[in-house]
Design a protein around this ligand. Structure first.
Ligand SMILES: [Fe+2]
Ligand SMILES: [Fe+2]
Length: 168
């Protein structure tokens, strides 16, 4: 098992769920839209937290300073996704303000996934050996299983995060 494949698969699932959500745009059954978004928002938050707990620390371990900027970018992106999710929770599902927040989350997530796949996953595949990619996959999936019902609010400072996780 390779953590970069696991993350790619989870990104594909997130893209599918956003497409399903758009299918429901204009649906009079707002409870259905709200339930799907509630589930997707939880998935996005758990995924980002799992990467912060298990993927990025390993990337910094393997790449050191070389991965500092890209990791800072990723943590900043995760913050933008979380902010858009938090904004959506301040509005009634199905309203324009709610959809605006959902679409902002989608845009932030879609930009972030593209960058993460191109830079961070590619780097980890290149520089981490298969044993480490396997161990990281197991750690990430275990974390997601333990936190399946959702993670609490997180507000990480990107610079502090990198400093904290860079090997001494
Ligand atoms: Fe990410
Ligand atoms: Fe990701």
């Amino acid at each position: 098992m390779d953590v970069t494949d696991v993350i790619l698969d989870q990104h594909a699932e997130q893209r599918r769920l956003f497409l399903a959500l758009h299918e429901l745009r204009g649906d009079s059954d707002t409870a259905r839209v709200a339930t799907l978004w509630g589930d997707l928002a939880r998935v996005l938050e758990v995924h980002a937290a799992a990467e912060e707990e298990h993927f990025y620390p390993m990337l910094l371990e393997v790449r050191g300073e070389e991965a500092a900027d890209e990791t800072e970018d990723a943590i900043k992106d995760h913050g933008e996704i979380r902010d858009a999710i938090a904004e959506s929770r301040r509005h009634e599902p199905g309203t324009t303000a709610w959809w605006d927040a959902v679409v902002a989350a989608e845009k932030a997530n879609s930009d972030h996934m593209a960058e993460e796949e191109r830079d961070d996953l590619a780097d980890f595949r290149r520089y981490a050996d298969l044993d480490l990619r396997h161990e990281t996959a197991v750690a990430l999936l275990s974390y997601e299983a333990e936190n399946h019902d959702g993670v609490g609010p997180r507000d990480l400072d990107p610079e502090e995060y990198v400093e904290e996780h860079l090997p001494a």
